[in-house]
Design a protein around this ligand. Structure first.
Ligand code: IFM
Length: 453
């Protein structure tokens, strides 16, 4: 048992290097709303949400936190928490409503320009993510990420953003969690665009990775002094039992969850054991693709939420593994296991196996059923505890020599949690969606206090 897993550790900011980045993350579709304003085009999430039964509460991001109109107050709140960095994403359909075009939509560029200026005025370092899942529907109509032409469209979009913001944004993330786009969106079908086909998901995944590398020259060209990376959702994978079959299942599962992304990004191509297993389902890879994917980056963004425990499951899906619930462990309201020590395991392993120059935790957070008390306060002891324990885990990883350079809490605000709608609240700040009133939760006050120490 390490300090991260004991009751509630008391990490202090002074335990971390002085230049460690402290921030909060959000994403465009989850907070902005204003889905039809200033020339924004339709995104795949607008279309997906309009299909009955897709979203648990039947909602959409059409209004969300109305951040498009309330961004200034939201940045004030971020500043008041004491974070030094703010990670946001750009809605591609605000920039190219049809996905492509000769000229970007000026009103869309202006919005992000104002937003970035607002951050800089408040001493918040802007961290821009280019793709956090809101693909223009017009591109989906032409095959979406399955169509190789979307890579080129992404590069043009990346260039438009870097031309516009490259003088002020010094940290760029090409993609957020390509695993989710590819496999939740095209295999499990529980995210937009709602396709269920493993082979197609693998091809989508390949195009996402190629587009990441293909966009780097444009970003570096227009923002030469910027740091550029990609954010992955990664998990430590554990065996459900000591059996050899479960150990082999762990290796396969890790092969699709973690190695499938990290190996090509760090110059090794796709893992041979998985390619062999996929056979004819393996993606079409063109000459030069692996060189493109492996273009050097400045940092790796890691989103950590939970470990996965897997068992061998012959016949269950393409890699014959089954995720099982470890009994008797603490969980968030989403059912995700709370395992701060998993963060240490994961970071140690990334350092040992892929040696990134710098790692940022670009998301980490939890959802609980928060309520506003009659006195107007939101007491969320479990989220506070989660945060303190994960910061202690980050401290432990640093002590092991992991090149961890920053931590971004997910999320600044409660927001639209994709297929779960507004049922799940991940914010350090509570949002009353009927009134758009913001209330800093106890966990937010705790984070602010931590940042002041
Ligand atoms: O809300 C999401 C976010 O968009 C991507 N990472 C995980 C979060 C919680 O599910």
């Amino acid at each position: 048992m390490s300090s991260a897993d004991t009751a509630r550790p008391t990490p202090r900011r002074s335990d971390f290097p002085r230049d460690f980045r402290w921030g909060c993350s959000t994403s465009s579709y989850q907070i902005e709303g204003a889905a039809q304003e200033d020339g924004r085009g339709e995104s795949i999430w607008d279309r997906y949400c309009a299909t009955p039964g897709r979203i648990r509460d039947g909602s959409s991001g059409a209004v969300a936190c109305d951040h498009y109109h309330r961004w200034s107050g939201d940045l004030d709140l971020a500043r008041a928490l004491g974070v030094g960095a703010y990670r946001f994403s750009v809605a591609w359909p605000r920039i190219f409503p049809d996905g492509v075009g000769e000229r970007p939509n000026q009103a869309g560029l202006d919005f992000y320009s104002r937003l970035v200026d607002g951050m800089l005025e408040r001493g918040l370092e802007p961290w821009a993510t280019l793709y956090h899942w809101d693909l223009p529907q017009a591109l989906q109509d032409r095959g979406g990420w399955e169509n190789r032409a979307t890579i080129e469209a992404f590069v043009d979009y990346a260039e438009a953003m870097a031309r516009c913001l490259g003088d002020r944004v010094k940290h760029w993330i090409t993609h957020n969690e390509p695993w989710c786009t590819a496999f939740l969106g095209h295999h499990e079908g529980i995210h937009a665009p709602g396709i269920r086909d493993y082979r197609r998901a693998l091809q989508v995944c390949h195009h996402l990775l190629v587009s990441h590398g293909a966009a780097l020259p444009a970003l570096r060209g227009w923002a030469p002094d910027a740091q550029v990376g990609i954010t992955l959702s990664l998990h430590p994978i554990e065996a459900a039992s000591p059996s050899a079959a479960d150990a082999a299942a762990v290796h396969r599962h890790d092969g699709t969850r973690n190695r499938w992304f990290l190996d090509p990004l760090y110059g090794r191509g796709y893992p041979a054991d998985i390619v062999e297993r996929l056979g004819a389902d393996a993606p079409v890879v063109l000459a030069g693709d692996f060189e493109t994917i492996a273009a050097p980056t400045d940092f790796l963004g890691v989103n950590y939420y939970f470990p996965e425990v897997v068992a061998d499951a012959p016949g269950a899906g393409p890699i014959a593994t089954r995720v099982v619930d470890r009994p008797g462990v603490e969980r968030t309201a989403f059912g995700w296991e709370i395992a701060p020590q998993g963060l240490v395991t994961l970071l140690d392993r990334i350092r040992a196996d892929w040696h990134p120059a710098a790692i940022y935790i670009t998301e980490n957070g939890s959802t609980f059923d928060d309520v506003v008390a009659p006195d107007g306060r939101v007491d969320d002891p479990k989220r506070l505890d989660y945060l303190a324990r994960h910061l202690a885990a980050a401290r432990e990883a640093l002590a092991h020599g992991v090149p961890l350079k920053g931590y971004f809490a997910w999320s600044l605000l409660d927001n639209f949690e994709w297929a779960e709608g507004y049922v799940r609240r991940f914010g350090l700040i509570h949002v009353d969606y009927a009134t758009q009133r913001r209330t800093v939760k106890a966990s937010g006050h705790w984070y602010a206090g931590f940042l002041k120490t």
